[in-house]
Design a protein around this ligand. Structure first.
Ligand code: NAP
Length: 481
């Protein structure tokens, strides 16, 4: 079992109190590197979720001042940042990513609390004058009310920090449901919320698989917003389930990112960025390149560099010194990557990095070697579906129009990357890519300061930037004399 000062209570948190499930049901949290149980946490359901929503609703009657919110957000930024090592250790034990990378996730989470601490002044009432009728108008940014925040396992701390920091800035009251695969980082964040002095009901934590929890969040009239990060399939289910209740949805969903390298690109820059972009989190990030398009003139050089770097990556337990890539989250994830590789090989691709991995045992770690394929074509599964693993399929192209069409040929629209030294070409290509986030000569993902989100089936709503506040605000305009 994982011992941590931030996990003294491996429990849910409702109305300012740590609590178990009324049914006394529990579930294990597994370290994907070792198969060991690192914690046992409650499995909550309808009763606890209703209690959490009611606790948040009661707190609606005690609004917090802008100064108070600024103080809480600032305190959380400092606490998350100063606990980065411990939070990182917890993330590594439940997710598997290398400890250094996990500490980076904690700093990334802190950056959202810090950014929104600096933004709360934008929520002061705005005065307007309407000349012909001589009316005075005031635009108030009211909290949207009780909000449900549902998050995935791939950035167990940061995905919640993005939502919760904006919800807290807007003075909403949250019911939080983390992935049942990785609840510990969020439990640790609740320990820090207690230290930051958040009042009872401001944030409530329910643990367990979605089922009954999700039903309550979708149907309870007090929940006004559901902010969800996860798969497109579940996003669609939430949209259907909330439609009769007219709830506002913010959906951060799956991706199928194209990474385009033109002949005139700086090849070293493109390959080095690709390595960081693709293999971070063992390829289990929504923004990572899923398809690598390389123009024919440099395809051989890119493939060679990439294969040699991928083969050199040190794969292992994230807590071991020198590990550069950890395991996949579970056997399902392993099977999906394996299926994409097998399908591509059967249809004529060539494996130029990685070897066929042994199937993990029940107790074994779900390690998949960084794999690079050449000769990939559009009929292969890895081109059309999010692999969510350490697989880099190289697709060659000859001209600009062809690659724009190919990149957009997906229902997703989250992230894309373009490498070229020609700025005119970059502008031309980027303006035609239907993706919410584009890296030009960089493989970097989002930042707290800028709005991030998807187009098409990658969802709607934005996180980060001032735009990230909108989902949690109801604008009320008052006209008077
Ligand atoms: P997931 O299976 O959709 O689960 C995400 C969350 O939704 C978990 O808390 C899960 O809980 C819950 N959930 C599952 N079924 C639900 C239902 N019917 N109703 C309500 N909630 C439900 O996704 P995941 O496997 O955790 O995450 C990977 C996916 O997230 C990838 O597609 C990735 O691209 C996407 N993602 C997107 C972004 C972005 O910013 N756009 C960021 C990160 C990840 P339980 O599993 O505990 O039941």
């Amino acid at each position: 079992m994982l011992e941590s000062p931030l996990l003294k209570n491996a429990l849910g948190y409702i109305d300012g109190k740590w609590c178990a499930a009324e049914s006394e049901k529990t579930m294990p949290v597994t370290n994907p590197a070792t198969g060991e149980t690192v914690a046992i946490v409650p499995v909550m359901g309808k009763t606890e979720t209703v209690r959490a929503v009611e606790s948040a609703s009661r707190a609606l009657s005690s609004p917090a001042t802008i100064a108070q919110r600024h103080e809480w957000l600032g305190a959380l930024a400092d606490l998350v940042s100063s606990n980065r090592e411990e939070l990182g250790r917890i993330i590594t034990h439940e997710h598997g990513k290398p400890w250094k990378e996990a500490q980076g996730e904690a700093e990334y989470a802190a950056s959202f609390f810090r950014y929104y601490a600096g933004c709360v002044d934008h929520l002061e009432p705005r005065k307007l004058k309407e000349r012909p009728r001589d009316l005075d108008w005031t635009v108030y940014s009211r909290p949207a009310g009780v909000v449900a925040l549902v998050t995935p396992w791939n950035f167990p701390l940061a995905m919640l920090a993005k939502k919760f920091s904006a919800a807290l800035a807007a003075d909403c009251w949250s019911v939080i449901k983390p992935s049942s695969k990785t609840p510990l980082s969020v439990i640790a964040l609740f320990a820090l919320m207690e230290q930051a002095g958040l009042p009872p009901g401001k944030a409530n934590l329910v643990l367990g698989p979605a089922g009954e929890i999700s039903d309550v969040l979708c149907e309870h009239p007090a929940v006004r917003v559901i902010s969800f990060t996860g798969s497109t399939g579940v996003g669609k289910k939430l949209m259907a389930a909330t439609a009769p209740h007219l709830k506002r949805l913010a959906l951060e969903l799956g991706g199928n990112a194209p990474y385009i390298v033109f002949d005139d690109a700086d090849v070293d820059l493109a390959v080095n960025n690709f390595m960081l972009n693709k293999f971070r989190g063992a390829g289990q990030t929504c923004v990572c390149a899923n398809r690598l398009y390389v123009q024919s003139g440099i395809a051989g050089e890119v493939a060679e560099q990439l294969a040699s770097k991928a083969n050199a990556l040190k794969v292992g337990n994230g807590m071991e010194e020198g590990t550069e890539m950890g395991p996949l989250i579970d056997l399902n994830a392993f099977d999906k990557v394996q299926r994409h590789v097998d399908d591509a090989l059967a249809k004529g691709a060539t494996r130029i990095a990685g070897t066929a991995p042994a199937k993990p045992g029940v107790k074994g770690g779900c390690f998949f070697p960084p794999t690079v394929l050449r000769g990939v074509t559009t009929d292969m599964e890895c081109v059309n579906d999010e692999t969510f693993g350490p697989l880099a399929p190289i697709i060659e192209f000859s001209d600009e129009e062809e690659v724009i069409q190919a990149a957009n040929r997906t229902e997703y629209g989250l992230a894309a990357y373009v490498f070229t030294r020609d700025d005119d070409r970059a502008e031309r290509v980027i303006s035609r890519l239907s993706f919410g986030h584009v890296g030009h000569n960089t493989g970097s993902g989002p930042t707290a300061e800028a709005p991030f989100g998807g187009m098409k089936h990658s969802g709607f709503g934005r996180e980060g930037g001032l735009e990230g506040l909108h989902d949690f605000i109801e604008y009320q305009t008052v006209a008077g004399r």
